[in-house]
Design a protein around this ligand. Structure first.
Ligand code: ADE
Length: 250
């Protein structure tokens, strides 16, 4: 079982997430344990204080160290977690990061607040993580994004493991377009190839579309992608605006 322990001042934020779709099924099937832990429960004073003013002056309040350390010590009793803290300047979250995290048994995520967290908390943190170059008011939405991307990579969570293999980014490229019935809708037709029943041809068309999509939308991804000789030939033709049909009849 994979364990997530989220330290937050808003545990209710995670209720909808825990009770919806793939995540709720993974929890019910005992593949995932997800505890949203209220920092207030670990406060040391009778007012349950979790934040305090900044030493040296300055605006805003910081999350105090004691509730975070106390919660961490309690959580670590059963298994020592890999500790993340959400920060806008952290390591950028991407599919590779999600894959790395999917191999950890126990992950603790400290949800930062936008004013900040006492620096001593960093002594228990393995990595600071950002979900993008923008500022959230708190780390909760980031923790949710991270957990969603990681949970679906855990074996047994997504029913059809094949669907993970064809995910965008899983091999460094974007995905190919898909269609369902009807074959024609509002005059827009499903490409002939996909209705041909020729699986080899379909596989080539899909690869072409992956390369084309990536070249048009996220060309920088091509630099790091693992491309075969055939991929490179396709890409050359795509760059010259040549049609897929020409590639097939070459
Ligand atoms: N906290 C505030 N902004 C954030 C971001 N972009 N990613 C992660 N944590 C954050």
């Amino acid at each position: 079982m994979k364990r997530f322990s989220v330290l937050t001042i808003f545990p209710e934020f995670f209720e909808g997430f825990k009770n919806t779709g793939i995540v709720s099924r993974a929890i019910k099937n005992n593949i995932v344990q997800l505890d949203a832990i209220n920092l207030r429960d670990y406060a040391t004073d009778k007012h349950k204080t979790v934040d305090d003013v900044v030493y040296g002056g300055g605006p805003g309040m910081l999350l105090k160290p004691e509730p975070i350390f106390r919660a961490y010590e309690e959580i670590s009793k059963k298994s020592k977690p890999y500790v993340l803290i959400t920060e806008p300047w952290g390591r950028k979250f991407d599919q590779k990061f999600a894959q790395e995290l999917s191999e950890k048994d126990h992950i603790m995520i400290i949800c930062g607040r936008y004013e900040g967290v006492d620096e001593r908390v960093k002594s228990i943190v393995d990595e600071e993580v950002s979900i993008g170059d923008f500022v959230l008011s708190g780390g909760e939405p980031a923790a949710l994004v991270i957990m969603d991307a990681v949970i679906r990579l855990i074996p047994g969570v997504v029913g059809d493991e094949d669907s993970l293999r064809v995910d965008s980014f899983s091999d460094g490229l974007l995905g190919y377009p898909n269609y369902t019935r009807p074959a024609v809708y509002k005059g827009m037709e499903v490409p002939e190839v996909l209705r041909s029943g020729n699986h080899q041809l379909i596989a080539k068309w899909r690869r072409w579309k992956q390369l084309e999509n990536t070249y048009k939308k996220r060309p920088e991804l091509l630099e790091k992608a693992n491309l075969s000789e055939e991929d490179k030939k396709m890409l050359d033709m795509i760059k010259k605006n040549i049609e897929f049909e020409k590639f097939i009849n070459k």
